[in-house]
Ligand binder design. Structure first.
Ligand code: SAM
Ligand code: SF4
Length: 326
């Protein structure tokens, strides 16, 4: 088991499979984004070696993210290999859903269990403005394909950006009336690449909730108001699905955080909102033994931080979000 110095058991790994993406969400990356050359990114055999190493240390839950994980060449076969790694009990993906209409079934067949799909508005024009060129119809088709392929229960992720989609939270929450989906609102966090917009247009979970309740009535706490993973869950009376709020900025969930991240270029990142990273790929490529890599990993996990420094102006600027893996 991998423990940190606060006694947290760390067993959930989020892997950014690529920093590349087929969209350019305004809150995630600049339009003229420069991606890393392929040789700097983890290759399939390197991803699999790290997965085995993490699994041997008790990591039983893996989420594939990015960038956009579905644009990675050979992603279905990679999923198949990860799914069959001893110790991996949960294998999920966070995706923008654009390619899911054709990939949901192959991914499910390869062993992917569930997907979280990002959709910030149901309005086609607003969706295009937020993603710079995306089509909300593609995502909608992806959502249906994911359901059809059994990648359920579905979670839909939304980032609310002031001046772009504040009022759209209400329409997204209405979806829970007729669908057993969890619609989650993630507070916008600041990183490199879009820092100005991220700082100026953040809408707190509290404000999003107030906006939803003023249109749809009171949300009832699910789970006694306790965290479910990183989200606080609520429900509209009579709804089939839940509404979640992930208040990473205003109410961080450090006490229950069990996660570590592997960046697309093979760095271990222990906190999304802290710049500290431990390089795993360079030692691997320099010939480090498995025992040496395991020790680097355990030492890194031991030092996992607690709390972010946003209130003190400490913004993590060494990465854009897509490299870390949201
Ligand atoms: N491309 C995939 C997607 O969009 O779902 C996976 C990667 S994306 C970085 C993972 C999640 O992070 C998405 O739900 C996205 O909305 C969210 N995200 C991106 N930038 C963010 C930011 N600055 N603050 C909060 N969430 C962000
Ligand atoms: Fe791409 Fe996801 Fe970032 Fe949007 S949030 S630009 S879909 S990586």
């Amino acid at each position: 088991m991998a423990l940190d110095r606060f006694g947290r058991s760390i067993h959930y790994l989020r892997i950014s499979l690529t920093d590349h993406c087929n969209l350019r969400c305004v809150y995630c990356m600049p339009e003229e984004m420069t991606f890393r050359p392929n040789k700097e990114l983890m290759q399939d055999d390197e991803v699999l070696l790290f997965v085995r190493l993490f699994a041997q240390l008790g990591f039983d839950k893996i989420r594939l993210t990015g960038g956009e994980p579905t644009v990675r060449v050979n992603v279905v076969e990679l999923v198949r290999s990860i799914a069959s790694t001893p110790g991996v009990r949960s294998l999920t993906m966070t995706t923008n859903g654009v390619l899911l209409s054709r990939m949901a079934h192959p991914l499910a067949e390869a062993g992917l269990q569930r997907v979280n799909i990002s959709i910030d508005t149901l309005n086609p024009e607003k969706f295009r403005r937020l993603t710079r060129w995306g089509s909300v119809e593609d995502v909608w088709d992806g959502i249906h394909a994911a359901e059809d392929a059994g990648l359920t229960p579905l979670k839909l992720n939304s980032v609310i950006v002031g001046g772009y989609n504040e009022s759209d939270a209400v329409d997204l929450v209405r979806l829970t009336l007729d669908h057993p989906w969890q619609v989650r609102f993630i507070e916008m966090m600041p990183f490199a690449g879009a820092t100005d917009l991220q700082l100026k247009r953040v809408v707190t979970a509290r404000d999003i909730m107030a906006c939803i309740e003023s249109s749809l009535g009171a949300l009832q706490p699910v789970n006694g108001g306790n965290l479910d993973g990183e989200a606080r869950l609520y429900r509209l009376p009579g709804a089939q699905g839940d509404v979640g709020f992930i208040s990473s900025v205003t109410k961080p969930f450090c006490a229950t955080c069990t996660r570590a991240r592997l960046t697309a270029d093979g760095r271990l990142r222990l906190c999304l909102l802290r710049e500290g990273e431990v390089d795993l790929l360079t030692p691997l490529r320099a010939g480090a033994s498995i025992a040496e890599l395991r020790q680097i990993l355990l030492d890194g996990i031991w030092d996992k931080p607690w709390g972010h420094g946003l209130a003190e102006g400490l913004i993590p600027l060494n990465r854009v979000m897509s490299e870390i893996g949201g």
